[in-house]
Design a protein. Structure first.
Length: 754
């Protein structure tokens, strides 16, 4: 086998004439998804497959004193009831390393047992027949209350997950005491639920000592490693497949209980087992965006320059700790604006609610609402246009790492794009409504890679190309983007390139898709593999054509001499001459930039209408300018902007997990009462392209795009509502009730806030 590996590659600089990158193409999986032939974990059906469902605690805090499964085992179709007695003694769960099934339930929905049956209906009937005795304990479901001296303890003596994390540079107290202008307030953001179309779950099948898992996951390799560790297996005994994933948004980076429960049940019963959360389980026990309380003080001098930032931050951790990408609420306060005196104090707090986990730009969406609302207020207090106020105070370097930004023009360009779309005047608003405009900016780590990531490349006998990697396509179009990168490097049409992914047994290692790192990690790896493949092909062709390799080029199905196109050979003929050894190559991304800070920025503009009589907020238009580096596929980029901005509308206006704190119950654990935005809630969404290649971050100049369009949108909407009605909101979502209550306040008593 003729194999070559590429490592050091020249930059794709801005002067390069791109053949494929930046164009719009049809997604590789579009036809499969439209026809319903795309295979998800929820669709997997194996011979003699059983179904598993959980018995969940109806109490927010209670000790399980006994479990009686006798009635459940008499339900027709029930095969087994699984409790901790059936599991290995060393199997623990969550970062607190507790028994797999809760012996002390710490939130409504906590799993206390599982039922396996021949049909899902039988499993549900069996779960209802399991009789569990509980000894009730006091509960607390609000993070601020949980910090009180009299609050019931969830783990140990304190409801703090860890000691407060405090960071400080400069003299914050002096800076704020001497500032010409100061704003001070408390902001609250809601608990939000991912509610992906496909819930968490997997199908497990044992054959001998090998375990196959078809899982809904953002990280096939991490799930393989974690499941193997939990079950005492070598990672080579576990295969994880994720052909397609019906959404994850951060919650599917690690295995959850359905995946491991399916594996345990399959081993116990000798049958394949499917375990997929129902919608209630998904809302209660499969992760959430942590609610926050953020107490801020911002100060500026007489010229409007920031002199001090003080942020006291509380995040609702839920009942347990979950691995995966962390929620960093403090990040934006430390990075986004130039300021010599900054202090953050972050506390994660246990509550008797479902566990918090990463949710698309975890921590940054929450921080952006508070920080950008306060910045908007400070701009008005100083008397500077809000957009110009951001320009004046933007950080020109990474003040935490003391490094230059990898793309210093990113944020200025994003702000310029937003400025170009501002409307000074427009048509009269509908009767009874007032119009407002708001902006917000943010920073994020989307230029960062998550190495190592590897890819294989090989020519098929007909001259087409196969790219293989075990990375997963979580719905963002990764197959399409990687095919275009390979096509650009090889000089071969994308339709002659096949990309296989999402299977730990069919491609080299690749990281979890999280933090917008997939493209910055895997696009350079695929390019490296394609470059090595091209180099090897030209070397072999040079021997046949008697032309130096550096005077040859690939041209779809041919290898041609640059100066004499008639001197050529078909790739298929070349490969036939090499049969059976063929031409193969591999490439990898194992390093990240160390002399720059590879972070990124975006900006958003919101135009809204507010009905003073009904409290309705109607978003008319969103303009989002994400600094996503070089755009690989314009249509994919536009789709990411639309998806992220739509989630921003939901976080701003309607999404909120509602809890009856007296009972400790979630009252909207479904998709009827938990309101996600529908097509009727969306608006015109404009992708104001930035498109500045970040060649300091990687040789392709690419960045991630998943989180960027979401982060600034809720803050921009809130600032637009202030512009419309003169009320500054401190809590999301901006429901009709909150708007009407705010408009009913007497400004003389309450000021301009709600």
């Amino acid at each position: 086998m003729k194999t070559e590996q590429a490592t050091d590659l020249a930059d794709w600089d801005e002067g390069r004439d791109m053949r494929e990158l930046g164009s719009s193409s049809r997604r590789r999986e579009a036809e499969d998804k439209l026809t319903g032939s795309a295979r998800y974990a929820a669709d997997t059906r194996l011979p003699d497959q059983l179904q598993l469902t959980f018995v969940r605690s109806p109490h927010p805090h209670a000790e399980v004193t006994s479990i009686d499964a006798s009635e459940a085992l008499n339900v027709p179709g029930v095969v087994a009831v699984i409790t901790n007695d059936d599991l290995p003694d060393d199997l623990t769960w969550y970062e607190e390393e507790l028994p797999f099934f809760a012996e002390i339930a710490r939130f409504v929905g906590d799993e206390v047992a599982a039922v396996v049956a021949r049909t899902l209906d039988a499993a549900r009937d069996g779960a209802a027949a399991v009789h569990v005795e509980y000894a009730l304990l006091d509960h607390v479901t609000d993070p601020v209350t949980a910090l009180g001296a009299d609050a019931p303890s969830i783990h140990g003596d304190s409801n703090l997950v860890a000691e407060p994390e405090v960071t400080e540079r400069g003299d914050v107290e002096t800076a704020l005491d001497t500032a010409a202008f100061v704003v001070e307030s408390e902001y609250r953001t809601p608990t939000a639920i991912h509610n992906a179309l496909e819930p968490h779950g997997a199908v497990a099948h044992w054959h001998g000592d090998q375990l196959d898992l078809w899982a809904s996951t953002q990280g096939v390799n991490d799930v393989r490693e974690m499941v193997a560790e939990a079950l005492g297996l070598h990672h080579q005994q576990v295969r994880v497949v994720a052909d397609h994933i019906g959404g994850g948004f951060g919650a599917k980076q690690v295995p959850w209980k359905p995946t491991v429960a399916a594996a345990l049940a399959s081993r116990l019963t000798g049958h394949p087992v499917q375990a997929m959360n129902d919608r209630r389980g998904e809302n209660l026990a499969a992760g959430k965006r942590n609610g926050t309380v953020q107490r801020l003080r911002l100060g500026a001098d007489a010229d409007g320059r920031l002199v001090g930032i003080d942020a006291d931050l509380i995040a609702d951790n839920g009942a347990y700790g979950v691995a995966g990408e962390a929620s960093n609420v403090a990040g934006s306060y430390r990075h986004l604006y130039r300021c010599d005196a900054v202090r953050t104090r972050s506390r994660r707090v246990y509550t008797n609610t479902g566990p918090a986990v990463a949710f698309r730009a975890p921590g940054y969406v929450e921080a952006a609402f508070a920080l950008e609302s306060a910045m908007d207020e400070l701009a008005h207090l100083v008397g500077i246009d809000p957009l110009e106020f951001r320009r004046l105070n933007r950080a020109e370097t990474d003040q935490v790492a003391d490094l230059p930004w990898s793309s210093p023009s990113g944020l200025p360009t994003a702000i310029d794009r937003i400025d170009e779309h501002r409307i000074e005047s427009g048509s009269a608003p509908p009767s009874g409504m007032v119009r407002g405009h708001g902006i917000a900016v943010n920073e994020w780590m989307a230029a960062t890679a998550m190495p190592p990531g590897y890819a294989w490349a090989e020519f098929n006998n007909d001259g087409s190309v196969h790219i293989a990697t075990s990375t997963q396509d979580i719905g963002t179009g990764t197959r399409t983007a990687l095919a275009q990168v390979a096509a650009e490097e090889l000089g071969i049409a994308p339709n002659r390139i096949r990309v296989s992914m999402g299977d730990t047994a069919a491609g080299p290692p690749a990281p979890t898709s999280a933090g917008s790192t997939t493209i910055p990690t895997m696009a350079p790896a695929v390019r490296a593999a394609a470059s090595a493949l091209r180099t090897r092909a030209l070397a072999v062709a040079a021997q046949h054509l008697h032309v130096p390799a550096d005077e040859l080029r690939l041209d779809d199905e041919m290898v041609r001499a640059v100066d004499d196109p008639d001197t050529s050979i078909r790739l298929a003929d070349l490969l036939e001459a090499l049969a059976p050894e063929g031409i193969h190559a591999e490439g990898g991304r194992t390093e990240t930039a160390t002399d720059v800070s590879p972070r990124t920025h975006s900006a958003a503009l919101a135009d809204v209408l507010v009905d003073r009589d009904t409290g309705e907020i109607r978003v008319e238009r969103l303009v989002v300018a994400p600094d996503c580096g070089r755009i690989i596929d314009r249509k994919l980029a536009d789709s990411q902007v639309i998806g992220g901005a739509t989630q921003g509308i939901g976080f701003a206006l309607c999404e909120e997990q509602l809890i009856d704190h007296r009972l400790g119950h979630v009252v909207n654990a479904n998709l009827e009462d938990y309101l996600v935005p529908t097509i009727g809630d969306t608006c015109e969404i404009v992708h104001a392209e930035v498109g500045v290649p970040d060649l300091a971050a990687n040789p392709l100049g690419v960045k991630g795009l998943g989180e960027l369009p979401l982060i600034p949108v809720p803050a921009a909407i809130a600032n637009a509502v202030y512009d419309a009605i003169g009320v500054r909101f401190r809590e999301l979502p901006l429901t009709r009730r909150r708007v009407l209550e705010a408009l009913a306040l007497d400004p003389a008593d309450h000021g301009e806030e709600a």
